[in-house]
Design a protein around this ligand. Structure first.
Ligand code: NI
Length: 169
């Protein structure tokens, strides 16, 4: 397994719209990429990672919202087929390190996807899992959670990250 580099806002590659995963994409290389994404996510540490964030523009994401890294989930070609209510959650993102902000999203969703072996499943989710699914699906559309903030706040985020990077250099 190998750790992957996570793209950071405002990297323009985060704006790429990922393409559907096709039957011929289910190769050992895809399984390796999924394993590497889990390793990268757990190491960060984070609870979700979309392929977009590691510069792989395929429609899938990995996730584990459990306390003890015991519930790894893979969503390939995810689609939200039902959603209801709303919730506000203070989100963060491995591509926007050190920044947290309230985002309003659906409270309950039903997501339809393929697992890592290409098998269909439907999952009902609420709370943090529902937030995380919607957040990662945004990445696959080229969207980052700071897009929900006002232009002024987004500019402050961009400056804060630029300063952090200078500090780290
Ligand atoms: Ni994110």
């Amino acid at each position: 397994m190998a750790k992957l580099t996570i793209l950071e806002f405002p990297d323009p590659r985060l704006r790429t719209r990922a393409r559907e995963v096709r039957p011929e994409d289910f190769t050992p290389a895809l399984q390796q990429l999924i394993d590497d994404m889990f390793e990268t996510m757990y190491d960060a540490p984070g609870i979700g990672l979309a392929a977009t964030q590691v510069d792989q523009h395929l429609r899938f994401m990995v996730m584990d919202v459990s306390e003890d890294s015991a519930d790894p989930r893979v969503f390939i070609n995810p689609e939200i087929i039902e959603s209801d209510g709303h919730q506000v959650y203070q989100e963060g993102c491995l591509s926007v390190p050190g920044v947290f902000a309230d985002v309003t999203r659906a409270n309950q969703i039903t997501v339809r996807a393929l697992d890592r072996h290409g098998k269909h499943f439907d999952l009902q989710a609420d709370g943090l899992l529902a937030v995380c699914i919607q957040h990662e699906m945004d990445h696959l559309e080229g969207k980052v959670f700071v897009d929900y903030l006002s232009p002024l706040k987004r500019e402050l985020v961009r400056k804060k990250l630029a300063k952090q990077r200078r500090g780290a250099a």
